[in-house]
Design a protein around this ligand. Structure first.
Ligand code: UT7
Length: 337
């Protein structure tokens, strides 16, 4: 036996999986009929064009890191870990507390997770799949054992509440997962992609080096989210269909092997179009966009949490997550639960 194979035998390849999940959803519910009083829209339009009935809105005293820390505490309890056990915190968000420092550092302080390294990622609605894939690399390389990944958004502070084409779509929320080595199941395959040439389709134009905050940027509402909905819709269907096929191919699986699909929850019509193209029975697809709207980086992880709690994902099941968002970026992964 060579020295290399002796080391390999002593240190068999680690497989990363999720050992704990948590969520936090603000209490305040904003219904479609509430929105009818705010902009020229209707419950009928919102439900038929998006599938959304209501969404959560954070209390004015809450900030993004509060939502994140609440979800994280639940995930740590679920994983039966102490806060000191966390070695890395990754926060995925496009609605941070402040442009800098990283929201993950503020979350670290709120949790008292003094042994953790921290950084944020900006992968919009694909944030959870991106951070899960990053955490997988740290865990499987042996660099860290317990990685806390959090997908969180407080988009209600980045929305133009006078713009009916966007304000009806989004909601606030947070989800957290603990990623660690597992002896059964775990992450089977992941795939990430991007197309920066389409970065203008979904953007917050001001507040960065391009358009620093000024009276003009405020007057013109450039600190709000802007979206070319139709183009985003078409790209979402195309790339999420492709990302589903790609990750199945990487995993050596077919749609028949998948027990539950968790697509990004932006619009029921996008989900239906992907389901039809990929050829997955709709009863295998988890949907909660009706209750929360699009929570961007928090959507997939909150949906995963609910799918597990509702018994839609059981031990040994294969779950496929697929998401897409501003960037444009996208990602998919298959996990054996
Ligand atoms: O998380 C990833 C990023 N986000 C997404 O994936 C969202 C992708 N896009 C979408 O989900 C859809 O494009 C929307 C829901 C945003 C819009 O649906 P659509 O079927 O693409 O509608 P549209 O933008 O083509 O607008 C159709 C009509 C327009 O009126 P006219 O020009 O035909 O007279 C809009 O002004 O609907 C009007 N409209 C509304 N009417 C009532 C747009 N928003 C509203 C509204 N209420 N809230």
């Amino acid at each position: 036996m060579t020295a290399k194979s002796k080391i390999a035998k002593k240190n068999p390849k680690k497989v990363a999986g999720i050992i704990g999940l948590g969520i936090y959803l603000p209490k305040k519910v904003l219904t479609n009929s509430d929105l009818e009083k705010m902009v020229d829209t209707s419950d009928e339009w919102i439900r038929t064009r998006t599938g959304i009935s209501e969404r959560r809105i954070a209390d004015e005293k809450e900030v993004t890191s509060d939502l994140a820390a609440n979800a994280a505490r639940m995930a740590l309890r679920d994983a039966k870990l102490e806060v000191e056990d966390v070695e890395l915190i990754i926060v995925a968000t496009i609605s941070p507390d402040v442009p800098f420092p990283a929201t993950s550092c503020i979350v670290q302080a709120k949790l008292g997770a003094k042994n953790a390294a921290c950084f944020d990622i900006n992968a919009a609605c694909s944030g959870f799949i991106h951070e899960l894939t990053i955490a997988q690399q740290f865990v499987e390389s042996g660099m860290y054992k317990n990685v806390l990944v959090i997908g969180v958004e407080l988009l209600s502070r980045f929305i133009d509440w006078k713009d009916r084409s966007t304000c009806v779509l989004f909601g606030d929320g947070a989800g957290a997962a603990v990623v660690a080595p597992v002896t059964t199941g775990g992450i089977i395959a992941s795939y990430l992609g991007a197309d920066g040439t389409k970065s203008g389709l979904l953007i917050c134009p001001a507040g960065g080096s391009l358009h620093p905050a000024s009276h003009k940027t405020v007057t013109e509402g450039l600190h709000f989210l802007k979206m070319q909905g139709n183009d985003v819709f078409k790209n979402a269907v195309r790339v999420m269909t492709g990302a589903t096929a790609k990750v199945l191919q990487k995993a050596g699986l077919t749609t028949k092997d998948i027990d539950c699909v968790i697509p990004h929850q932006a619009n029921i019509r996008i989900i239906e179009a992907i389901v039809e193209r990929v050829g997955i029975p709709s009863e295998k697809v988890f949907v909660n966009v009706d209750r929360y709207g699009n929570m961007s980086a928090a959507s997939a992880i909150v949906a995963l949490y609910e799918a597990v709690k509702e018994g839609r994902v059981k031990k040994g099941d294969k779950v496929l997550l697929v998401a897409f968002g501003s960037g444009l970026v996208w990602g998919s992964c298959v996990i054996e639960w």
